[in-house]
Design a protein around this ligand. Structure first.
Ligand SMILES: *Cc1c(COP(=O)(O)O)cnc(C)c1O
Length: 357
C-alpha cells in the first residue's frame, strides 16, 4: 500500500456481503427480545418473518442462516426426486450452491441461456417436459432478480408476469431467488407487495445490500412455510436465540432499503469512468449495484487486481478477463473518488503482462 493511502480504510468492492453492522443496527441487535426459536418462542424472529412476508404480499416467512439454505429448502419443498427445475444456466441456485439441487432434492435441472440472466416465457414454455417415461417431471421454475451473474440485471414486470402465467398454466411451482430483490424494486419502482401474486416462494437476503450480518428469509404461504420448517431442521438450520440476528434484519428492512439508490448511483458512476479507460473493452450496463467489465487482453486480471490492492481497493475476478465491482453500505463517495483516481492513474501507467512478468 502506498504511503498516501496507508491510513485510509480499504475499499472493498468484492461483494455487498462484506458490510459490517452500523452502530444503530448493533444497538437494535443488543436490545432484541429473544427466546428459543426452535420452540417458536423468539418474538423478534417472528416479527421479522411477518414483516418480510408482508413486504412481498405473502403469508409467512422462515428465517434462514443463508440465502443458499433458503433457496435449497424452497427447491426441496417444491420438488421430489425424478423431477426437474427450470432455471437460467448461470443461476445462483445452480452454479453457486455446490450442486445442492442434486444433493438435497435429487432433482434434475433444465438450464436455459438468458439475456444477462433473464429468461423469457417462451423459453420457459419450450423447456417444460412433455409426459414421457424417459423424462424427469418438470415441477419448478426458478428465477433470479436481480441476476448476479447477469451484472445486477432486473426483470421487467411484464416479463415476470408472463413467465409466472406459463408456469401456472402448466401447474408448475414458481420460486424467486430474491437475494437482491430490494435492489430490483428500488431500481425499477416495482412494488414488493405485488410479487406475491407471481411467486409461490421468494428468498430475500438480509446480508447483502441490506447490510445485516447474517440471514435470509424464505417467504410463501402458511402451509408452504410449515413444510419448509422441517426441511430447515433436517439441514441443521434451526436456530435458538436468533432474535439477535433477526433484529438486524428488521432494522435493515426499516432503514436500509431506500438508500440502495445511492449504491446504484455509485455503480453507474464507476461504469461511466470504466467506459473511458483504454484498458477496458466492455462494461455491462449497471442496472443496480453490480458493475461487471472486461479488461483488454494486454491487462491480466491478476495484475489489475494487484494494482488496485496496492491502493487499498479490493475487487473480484469474474472469469478470465472479467472483473466485478459491487457498491454497498460501506462504500461512500470519498471511497468512490479514490477508486476513480486509481482507475484514471492506470491509464497513464498501463499495466502489461511483460511489465508484471
Ligand atoms: C448471494 C446470493 C445467494 C445466497 O448467498 P448466501 O451467501 O448463501 O447467503 C443466493 N442467490 C443469489 C443470486 C446471490 O447473489
Amino acid at each position: 500500500m502506498t504511503a498516501e493511502f496507508a491510513a485510509l480504510p480499504v475499499v472493498d468492492l468484492r461483494s455487498d456481503t462484506v458490510t459490517r453492522p452500523t452502530p444503530a443496527m448493533l444497538a437494535a441487535m443488543t436490545e432484541a427480545l429473544v427466546g428459543d426459536d426452535v420452540y417458536d418462542e423468539d418474538p423478534t424472529v417472528r416479527r421479522l418473518e411477518e414483516a418480510a412476508a408482508a413486504r412481498f404480499g405473502l403469508e409467512a416467512g422462515l428465517f434462514c442462516p443463508s440465502g443458499t439454505m433458503a433457496n435449497q429448502i424452497a427447491i426441496k419443498a417444491h420438488t421430489e426426486p425424478l423431477s426437474e427445475v427450470i432455471c437460467e444456466q448461470t443461476a445462483h441456485v445452480y452454479l453457486w450452491e455446490v450442486g445442492g439441487i442434486a444433493f438435497h432434492s435429487g432433482a434434475s435441472v433444465a438450464l436455459l441461456a438468458g439475456n444477462r440472466g433473464r429468461l423469457t416465457a417462451a423459453q420457459v414454455e419450450a423447456a417444460i417436459r412433455p409426459e414421457n417415461l424417459h423424462y424427469p417431471t418438470t415441477r419448478l421454475v426458478c428465477l433470479e432478480n436481480t441476476h448476479n451473474r447477469g451484472g445486477g440485471s432486473c426483470y421487467g414486470w411484464d416479463d415476470l408476469a408472463a413467465i409466472s402465467d406459463v408456469a401456472r398454466q402448466y401447474g408448475l411451482a414458481r420460486h424467486l431467488d430474491g437475494a437482491r430483490i430490494f435492489n430490483a424494486l428500488v431500481a425499477t419502482g416495482q412494488r414488493g407487495e405485488d410479487y406475491g401474486q407471481l411467486f409461490d416462494s421468494i428468498s430475500v437476503c438480509l446480508s447483502k445490500g441490506l447490510g445485516a450480518p447474517v440471514g435470509s428469509v424464505l417467504l410463501g404461504s402458511a402451509d408452504f412455510i410449515k413444510k419448509t420448517k422441517r426441511i430447515r431442521k433436517v439441514m441443521g438450520g434451526g436456530m435458538r436465540q436468533a432474535g439477535y440476528l433477526a433484529a438486524a434484519g428488521l432494522y435493515a428492512l426499516e432503514h436500509h432499503v431506500t438508500r440502495l439508490a445511492d449504491d446504484h448511483r455509485r455503480a453507474a458512476r464507476l461504469a461511466a469512468v470504466l467506459r473511458q479507460q483504454p484498458y477496458v473493452t466492455e462494461v455491462l450496463d449497471p442496472e443496480t449495484n453490480l458493475v461487471i467489465f472486461q479488461l483488454h487482453e494486454r491487462v491480466p486480471a491478476a495484475a489489475f487486481l494487484a494494482h488496485l490492492a496496492q491502493q487499498g481497493i479490493r475487487a473480484s475476478s469474474f472469469g478470465p478477463q472479467w472483473i466485478r465491482f459491487v457498491t454497498h453500505l460501506d462504500v461512500d463517495d470519498q471511497m468512490l473518488a479514490r477508486v476513480e483516481a486509481t482507475l484514471l492513474s492506470m491509464e497513464e501507467e498501463p499495466m502489461g503482462a511483460e511489465k508484471n512478468g
